[in-house]
Design a protein around this ligand. Sequence first.
Ligand code: NAI
Length: 777
Amino acid sequence: MTVKEIFETMDYGPAPESAAEALAWLVDQGDKFGHYIDGTFTKPGKGFDSRNPATGEVLAKLTQAKQGDVDAAVSAARKAQPNWEKLGGAGRARYLYAIARLLQKHSRLFAVLESLDNGKPIRESRDIDIPLAQRHFYYHAGMAQLMEIELPDAQALGVCGQIIPWNFPLLMLAWKIAPALAMGNTVVLKPAEYTSLTALLFADICSQAGLPKGVVNIVTGDGAVGEMIVNADVDKIAFTGSTVVGRRIREATAGSGKELTLELGGKSAYVVFDDADIDSAIEGLVDAIWFNQGQVCCAGSRLLVQEGIADRFHAKLRARMDTLRIGDPLDKCIDVGAVVDPVQLQTIKGMVESNTAGRVHQAACDLPANGCYYPPTLISGLETSDPLMQEEIFGPVLVSSTFRTPEEAVELANNTRYGLAATVWTENVNLALDIAPKLVAGVVWVNATNLFDAAAGFGGVRESGFGREGGWEGLAAYTKPKGKGKPLAKIEATMGEGAPVDPIDRTAKLYIGGKQARPDGGYSKPVWGKSGLLGHVGLGNRKDIRNAVEAAAGAKGWSKTTGHLRAQILYYIGENLSARADEFAARIDAMTGKKDGAKEVEASIQRLFAAAAWADKYDGQVHGVPIRGVAIAMKESVGVIGALCADEAPLLGLVSAMAPAIAMGNRTVLVASEPYPLAATDFYQILETSDVPAGVVNILTGSHAELAKPLASHLNVDAVWSFSSTDLSKEIEVVSAGNLKRTWVNNATAFDWGVDHSRRFLQAATEVKNIWVPYGE
Ligand code: NAI
């Protein structure tokens, strides 16, 4: 195109970015890469080609790691970890800061290499991926600096295995490595096989920064290498990628004691109300679904438009799509680049071709003759049940539907197995702030989309995974409480024979939906104390779990009550327990044969009062993100929490789990101490007189081993905790993979109930949702 033609048509001319420096860097490395282990690059071995998806050209040869490489990387990280941690926060901060500076210094090289390797427009890698990666290292340099002062009870986990996808190669690396290093961990990271080059350049940066050897190790290869890392001697796995693989990793790490965070797929709703600024909403949509060719886990891929404006909105959208420029990712004027690989291109094509519903519009653009290109596509007029409204396409394909009322918008938006992000467009601030908390998602953007920052946590709920990256909450994923736990000792029930202590037969029922309920199976078991038979309790089964979960799920209203009200009720429970303290203490002593019942009851009252105190104080935050606006980090209830309560502390264990859970608005299904269940069955009499609404607390008795599986596999349970003295960690975590519920299991370590762990419980009882609200003109 000549300058004259450009002037006459007002079209953008080509503005190519030079690839020379990035290609020269590849040549300098010999176009072949080994792994980065213990501070040096290993010799390149057998492997695979890394190609430029825009042209199909081979950029470099990468090495497929073998078991020995992964082992070497893990042992280098293990060896380096204690000294890295001992360096202290301020010492580590200097390295993180040095890395941030070097990333900045080489930002153009990184941006070009990223676009060559991944196919994303240079505009995006230059203005979003690389600056955000730098920001993560700066931000976490600060977190390292503050760790000892602000997180005095936290320590590093140890060695972290990190597996990342190909859509934001350097950015995902930064999200994983920066917080891990800041908190004193060392890492073994595997980039995705399509896009490993910026990770290898990053390794070079680590050497330039003088990072102690072994602190960062990078191994390349495909999913088989990922599996080796998952199974290696690491203390944590952090994974970002598909839900299918995330689920497999959950199963593989079950019961191992390895910490796990999963950032998985999404089908995020983009909700446009009829009073929205339509032009802005359309520009937002361009960002939501055509940013990075739609290969974004939180892509606004499901458009929901209010019916009254739907035709106008879709017409404008189609017109805007036709102006999108698609082509060479290194052209600075390009909006949409290449899809990452022919395999992904084929998946996108296959999914679109399999669809027969709705109206399909593809942008009127000339696709380059070669390379992995797919036109921006809109499929409108779909129903919720259409597969493309439910399945993640991970390509530049938007699907859309309409709604009439705000209630329907919420219902449709939440009609997905995912819960990563959502966007709301309306000029009505009341409506926006009413809808945002109702959307089941980890992130909500109001009148904006795809905003990210190191200061605001990112992550999902439901099958979008668990854990947050960024912000204070993201640090929890890379720390654990100080101190070493004692091994778990199995608590056996007292066995006995002879006449009951009390001649009247007392068989305590289960407590479900605010009512005493006979166990479905009709079985009960005796509870003995040293002095004789104390009574009987029902043996709950799978059906009882189902009934209890149903009751808990039905008590949704509890999550909407105020912290003030929940505090009142918790105080009331404490007061009523206090009135019967002697009776409870005697019961505990009778069951355990010890004399510390009174102490346990007193501690239980304290836990209830502590939870009451926290109910209206465990607040969220407003993050200082670099926009004109706010990112509100709201703490929300997790939903229905199932817990196997401690055996050794029959009242305190139950109360310590229940009180913070309900204080935060959760509903609970509690399985009582297995050997000493009568404290729990006495306790529901207290609940009955304390204004606790039906279904908020449900209490079952019976075998932990039998009840763990139905509880942990139930799809309406959102989190499951186990403090049982039977180590059921593995059984629970394997089946929790079904709906990827959060787990907190003891992994054969005893919990110290004498200490008030309220903060840990409060954290486990809440999800952080970040609501971004830009303001101003
Ligand atoms: P993937 O989940 O297979 O790959 C992500 C990473 O996990 C890569 O580094 C890969 O080598 C590794 N991996 C694969 N199998 C593994 C295993 N068994 N154990 C440990 N690590 C393993 O994603 P893939 O195949 O690249 O893309 C498939 C689909 O996944 C996409 O079409 C998209 O729907 C989704 N996806 C979602 C992402 C997100 O950010 N939520 C990112 C990438 C893909």
